[in-house]
Design a protein around this ligand. Structure first.
Ligand code: ZN
Length: 274
């Protein structure tokens, strides 16, 4: 539907599109995201890494749906999902939706975060699902946690589409920088129970059930590596240097070679805490 150095837009279902970014090539958008169109509104999922990236996505949404987006939803506070907020909000009459935790963490931790936009955000309930009514269809925003202290998935049940944010990665090893590892594993297993046709991961190509199963296998393998490291009295960095991806996933890439040690270390911390 559109292809640029930073990513391509794929048609996922009627009125639903996903952006699959190429973060190792060009960081204009960096994370994946999406567009959901209904009779009375258009939702853009994520605000991306840069204002230029967010503006481009807004233009694509307008082009594909024939109307300017009415809502922008960010799945969590990380700057590759919120860095383009000013561009995403533009000058239109659209609302930003985020959980209170995501709003506050974006303000506290992301340098240059647009405070006025964030303070005016509509708060997504952190405890129970929120419906975004688009007239002839709804997007269900489900609060979860595990990748950060507050993540949301955006779900369109009748079309079997789940936008997973960074709870799910595909073909790329996940970032555990803020992860609560057991919560992450639990959240991903709950997402898998949706039995969706398409899972849009936070990073990497679109996933199906088999891809999600492989990802769950990887999360479990990281936990096992952390348990072995503890038994052997190894540090997380050393265990990370030794870590090898499970068979079948050898081609998964990394943003950074330190990600293995970071993931194992997150598990070690959790396993050792009382
Ligand atoms: Zn993230």
């Amino acid at each position: 539907m559109a292809s640029e150095p930073w990513g391509r837009i794929e048609h996922v279902a009627e009125g639903v599109w996903a952006l699959v970014s190429n973060p190792l090539v060009d960081r204009t958008t960096l994370c994946n995201g999406g567009i959901v169109a209904g009779r009375t509104g258009v939702v853009v999922i994520e605000a991306f890494a840069s204002e230029a990236g967010a503006r481009w996505m807004l233009e694509q949404a307008t082009r594909l749906t024939g109307r300017a987006p009415t809502h922008v939803v960010v799945t969590h506070y990380h700057s590759d999902h919120t860095g383009g907020l000013s561009g995403a909000m533009g000058d239109g009459e659209r609302g930003l939706l985020a959980t209170a935790v995501t709003r506050d963490l974006t303000l506290e931790r992301n340098r240059g975060a647009p405070s006025e936009i964030l303070r005016n955000a509509q708060e997504i309930d952190g405890g129970s699902p929120t419906e975004i009514d688009l007239g002839d269809r709804s997007v269900i925003v489900v609060p979860r946690r595990g990748h950060t202290g507050s993540d949301v998935t955006l779900e369109i049940p009748e079309q079997g589409v789940v936008f997973c944010g960074d709870l799910v990665w595909n073909n790329m090893f996940p970032n555990y920088v803020d992860a609560m590892p057991s919560r992450l594993t639990q959240a991903v297993r709950l997402i898998r129970l949706r039995g969706a046709n398409t899972y849009v991961p936070g990073h990497g190509p679109l996933a199906d059930d088999a891809a999600l199963d492989a990802y769950i296998g990887l999360l479990d393998d990281v936990e096992a590596a952390a348990r072995r490291a503890l038994e052997r009295g190894m540090g997380a960095e050393e265990a990370g240097r030794e870590y090898r991806l499970p068979s079948g996933l050898e081609k998964w890439t990394l943003f950074n070679p330190g990600y293995f040690g970071r993931a194992i270390g997150a598990w070690m911390t959790e396993l050792q805490s009382p």
